[in-house]
Design a protein around this ligand. Structure first.
Ligand code: HSE
Length: 454
């Protein structure tokens, strides 16, 4: 612990906060942590009025305490050991915005064990260890709130849990990763390569120093698993979520998709089928008039289809400091309002009276049906096209739309692109293998799924 005039001692925490204030301990003072401090300070009066009591940041821990002291000012006690913070009697709620999984899990579970509520934006932590963390929180009677983990400024957890509570949710389809949406937008609008668009995303501060989780689709998978859990009342094991990132997407397919009236977006999808769930993340063709196709740059958009409300669309910033803080502080206000009442209802599938969590089977991707986009490089052998149509017909693959597309770069081969009828992944792959054999080696240069979302 650091003592001195610059750093009030940790034991001062309860004194500075007053009796009725909700006393917050902050782990991590980076982009989201500093935004949270700014919002709490700037809107303190309004927040106190709406939450029914003041919310006061009284203690923090960070890797760089001197830098943290500059961000937080003199009224916040700084401690070097996060365990001191999560166990401190002068803290009511721990805000975890440090990221990572292993240490974050230890600290969150320790905070819960010491009776603290937790607000986190850590989607990886909840997607991997949510069952353990929510069970521990239920047992202790504390809240684990995570609005900022899924779509940053969009209050989608609240919308699903409260605003749409009367509905049976049919599907949730979203652009939930700002970095990849920025990259795809640059590839589409400015014709940048994936590498150049990623460099720009890094320069502008959208992509993390290590953008692997974003680019690989894992960040979107974490968020989609959390959305599926809240929408369908199910625990969704991360390893059953089909994930494909944007690294292998050829920008030429964005041009071809446009020729067919579509845009390619990295979608996270959770959909209820008769007795199973589809939960998947991959680049997908979306009709260019659909609202999801209009989500540009680092923005996020989530389309929810529900049985009573019908479709609703939720749009907002997909990354950022105060944009994420908006969700963190709203969660703190929920904690301030609710005290310890009705906690398990916050994660509805965990409020089953018997304590039995519903376990939905997750459909393997090969059994998931959708329309597909296929690209064949046939332009140097146009006579093959007639034969291809015949082969596809014989294999039960209907070509529902077809276009010839010239490659925008000189000297590059153009393509024939097409959309199929709705087929499962297994059926399509089987047909493509049969095509290869019957045609002496013809196969699509690219295959992506299509979602018409109507
Ligand atoms: N890296 C994330 C994104 C940050 O780009 O969406 C917000 O979760």
């Amino acid at each position: 612990m650091i003592h001195g005039s610059l750093f009030p001692a940790a034991s001062d925490a309860s004194d500075v906060s007053g009796d009725c204030a909700l006393r917050v301990g902050l782990i991590g003072t980076g982009v989201v942590g500093s935004g949270t401090c700014q919002v709490l300070a700037r809107n303190a009066d309004l927040i106190a009025q709406r939450a029914g009591r003041p919310i006061r940041l009284v203690m923090a821990t960070a890797r760089n305490l001197l830098k943290a002291a500059q961000v937080l000012g003199p009224d916040v006690a700084l401690v070097s050991d996060p365990l001191t913070l999560v166990r401190h009697p002068g803290i009511d709620v721990v805000v975890e915005v440090m990221g990572g999984v292993t240490l974050a899990r230890t600290l969150v579970l320790d905070a819960i064990a010491h009776g603290k509520h937790v607000v986190t934006v850590n989607k990886a932590l909840l997607a991997e260890h949510g069952s353990e963390i929510f069970a521990a929180a239920d047992a202790q009677g504390v809240i684990v709130a995570y609005e900022g983990a899924v779509a940053v400024s969009i209050p989608i957890i609240k919308a699903l849990r409260e605003g749409l509570a009367a509905n049976r949710i049919l599907e949730v389809v979203g652009i939930v990763n700002g970095t990849t949406n920025f990259i795809l937008t640059q590839m589409h609008d400015a014709g940048l390569s994936f590498e150049a668009a990623l460099r720009l995303a890094t320069e502008l501060g959208y992509a993390e120093a290590d953008p692997t989780l974003d680019v690989s689709g894992m960040d979107a998978a974490h968020k989609t698993a959390l959305l599926a859990a809240i929408a369908f009342g199910a625990d969704v094991p991360l390893d059953l979520v089909h994930v494909q990132g944007i690294g292998t997407l050829d920008p030429f397919d964005m041009v071809c998709a446009q020729a067919l009236g579509y845009r390619i977006k990295l979608l996270g999808m959770a959909r209820q089928r008769s007795n199973a769930l589809e939960v998947r993340v991959h680049p997908t063709l979306v009709p260019e008039k659909h609202l999801l196709a209009q989500v540009q740059g680092a923005m996020n958009g989530i389309w929810v289809n529900a049985d009573a409300a019908g479709p609703t669309f939720h749009y907002g910033a997909g990354a950022g400091s105060q944009t994420t803080a908006s969700a963190v502080v709203a969660d703190l206000m929920d904690v301030a309002r609710q005290g310890s009442a009705g906690l398990s209802a916050r994660v509805p599938h965990r409020s089953v009276p018997s304590g039995v969590i519903r376990s939905w089977p997750i459909l393997p991707i090969g059994q998931v049906a959708s329309r597909h986009y296929l690209r064949f490089e046939l332009t140097k052998r146009p006579e093959l096209l007639t034969r291809l149509n015949g082969w596809l017909q014989a294999l039960g693959v209907d070509v529902q739309r077809l276009a010839h597309v010239q490659h925008p770069q000189d000297g590059m081969q153009g393509a024939v692109v097409m959309l199929t009828q709705c087929l499962t992944g297994d059926v399509l792959l089987g047909a493509m293998e049969a095509l290869r054999q019957m045609s002496g080696g013809l196969e699509p240069a690219a295959m992506w799924r299509v979602e018409d979302l109507n």
